[in-house]
Design a protein around this ligand. Sequence first.
Ligand code: COA
Length: 260
Amino acid sequence: MINRVDAYLHAVPLSGSFAEQVGPFTLFRSTTIWPYYARPVPGTEATIEPADIELVRVRCSELGIPLSFEWVVETCPSLGAAAAAAGLTVVEHPLLVLDRDDFRPEKADARSEILPAEEDVVRQARAVANLAFSDPGTAVGVAGPAERDTAAAELEDEKVAALVDRASKGVSVNAGAFTDDGLVASGTHQPVGSSTEIVGVATLPSMRRKGLAAAVTTTLVEHAFANGVDLVLLSAETDAVAAVYERVGFHRIGSAGAAE
Ligand SMILES: CC(C)(COP(=O)(O)OP(=O)(O)OC[C@H]1O[C@@H](n2cnc3c(N)ncnc32)[C@H](O)[C@@H]1OP(=O)(O)O)[C@@H](O)C(=O)NCCC(=O)NCCS
């Protein structure tokens, strides 16, 4: 299972980048407006050394792109220490998967549905995500629908266009939950073959703890299972966030590492 997850995570950046091998890593060079990262080549047996990190640092510097790494800790256990020794900041997040038989759909007091690849809807969903991720954790906060509308109006057209493009190609599938205040929670899944990852699940801070994230996750999982996917994975920011997904049936299989 962990190798299948690793293979998916090595394929998914290719929808927005091209791959270049640098030592024991694949460096995903972005062809879109957000940066990617380097990952260890799947199946690599080599122990990663700080010198391997330096190879990527030099290449990123030549290309003028930020230096960062993402990996599955269990498939490349030496990378975290090598990255830390090379001066990078290393974090690990819970990595979870959902088996079809474990799925426990959750509905909230809101309409949750797959979103169309339309500019105004994508803009609102991105504004919800930006507000949510700038107030991390699971606690109820202040920012609500008014702040969403302000943030949506301020989003760069170029970024929204890139997101609409991904949605219209089916590379990203977006879902959202609506109340009388409009779109209040959102999330995305990114299918590649028969696997997909759920990313960017976000609830407006003022609308938290009403089951909206669980409902959006349910909509994404139902869409994935109805469209040929049999493995859904995600990495959660913290154990508290992971608990939201565990309610829907996800279970932890390891850790996702990130360094920058
Ligand atoms: C993490 C996040 C998406 C959760 O959103 P949410 O809509 O509040 O999630 P839910 O309401 O489904 O679940 C949150 C909690 O509310 C509880 N809850 C759900 N429905 C409830 C209800 N009707 N009444 C009271 N509590 C409820 C859940 O049991 C859960 O409790 P727990 O924290 O003890 O596990 C949100 O806090 C967020 O946007 N955080 C910042 C961004 C982020 O970290 N996203 C995740 C990326 S992996």
